[in-house]
Ligand binder design. Structure first.
Ligand code: AVJ
Length: 324
């Protein structure tokens, strides 16, 4: 039996690529007409801690709804899958919500994949009592490849992609990603996909613009990270967090709005960027879903929807798919 943690990849720069890649992305993103920064860069250690705090906000119902549905239907999920099972989780964080699933699958192997070393360390510690844990500090598909390489014969894989993380992808990219995922799997393997559903506009907006200011801090930290890692000269107080509902794309967008005309240089990216007052940097999209659209999405990606469970308090669905 391999020692738990033996597959761990050393904490380091491979998860978001070398600083050079970050610098190039910043340079390219801030040169566009609609300036943008990729949301994956929100999650350095401070950003991950701030997201963790977001999950406790009364206005952000997503994580609690996800946990409630998982807890209520962990038994149904377990019964739908033939054992033995290895559970692979994309973007596990601390793996809190997965505890319920693993408890129903005595002795499953669990491969949490995440970019945050701190979250993975906690995950490994907290879930050791319900599974053999093999943390992978890698990008999703690299982590998938590592986990699949350890697949045993006669074993079913259950991939968890919870918390509506899929919502961060533009819709065409989400489909492409699900197809890539399908290629890592065998016929009969399962995917449990958590998606936040379209609800009243005000509830969606409040979830991404809390009065406590935690989401604002989470968003602004991206500029702080550029200052720390790339020698950026952003004056964070000259920017303001903004959340918008884009009805055409059915998504919440987070932006950072420049409060004034200003020019900011980033040493390591070798750029100097001018902002007009009110101009924004687009930092994240959180797409919202209709229950009915999951069937088409699954079919196009090579899966069939086996079951869907929805939370009553905060419309959020857990969609269980089988690889065709
Ligand atoms: C972790 C990507 C699911 O989009 O709801 C929370 C991130 N951003 N508040 C989401 C987030 C602002 C979250 N995901």
């Amino acid at each position: 039996m391999p020692v738990s943690g033996s597959l761990k990849i050393r904490p380091g720069s491979e998860v978001d690529g070398p600083p050079r890649e970050f610098a190039l992305d910043v340079c390219a993103g801030l040169s566009k007409t609609q300036k943008e920064l990729h949301s994956k860069y929100l999650y350095d250690e401070l950003g991950s801690a701030l997201f963790q705090a977001i999950t406790h906000l009364p206005e952000y119902g997503v994580t609690r709804a996800d946990a409630r549905v998982l807890e209520a239907h962990a038994g149904d999920v377990a019964r739908a899958i033939s054992q033995p099972v290895s559970v692979i989780e994309l973007g596990s964080g601390t793996g809190e919500k997965t505890w319920h699933i693993l408890r129903e699958m005595a002795g499953a192997r669990y491969f949490p994949i995440d970019v945050s070393a701190d979250a993975l360390a906690r995950c490994e510690h907290d879930l050791a009592e319900v599974a053999e844990v093999y943390p992978l500090q890698q990008l999703y598909l690299d982590g998938m490849a590592s986990a699949v390489a350890h697949r045993r014969s006669h074993e079913t894989l259950l991939v968890l992609f919870l918390g509506s993380t899929i919502g961060n992808f533009e819709r065409p990219c989400a489909l492409e990603f699900l197809r890539d995922l399908r290629r890592c799997l065998e016929h009969g393997d399962k995917l449990l996909l958590g998606v936040d559903l379209i609800k009243e506009r005000d509830r969606m907006l409040a979830a991404y613009d809390d009065p406590t200011g935690v989401t604002a801090a989470f968003n602004l930290n991206l500029l702080g990270r550029i200052n720390r890692e790339l020698g950026g000269h952003f004056e964070l107080r000259n920017f303001e967090h903004q959340a918008r509902w884009n009805d055409t794309e059915r998504r919440i967008e987070m932006h950072l709005r420049s409060r004034r005309d200003q020019t900011v240089s980033v040493d390591a990216a070798d750029v100097s960027v001018s902002f007009r007052a009110d101009e924004t940097i687009w930092t994240e999209s959180s797409h919202k879903f209709r229950l009915a659209e999951m069937f088409g999405l699954a079919a196009q990606a090579g899966f069939a929807v086996e079951a869907q469970w929805v939370d009553r308090e905060w419309p959020f669905a857990e969609s269980l798919w089988t690889a065709l």
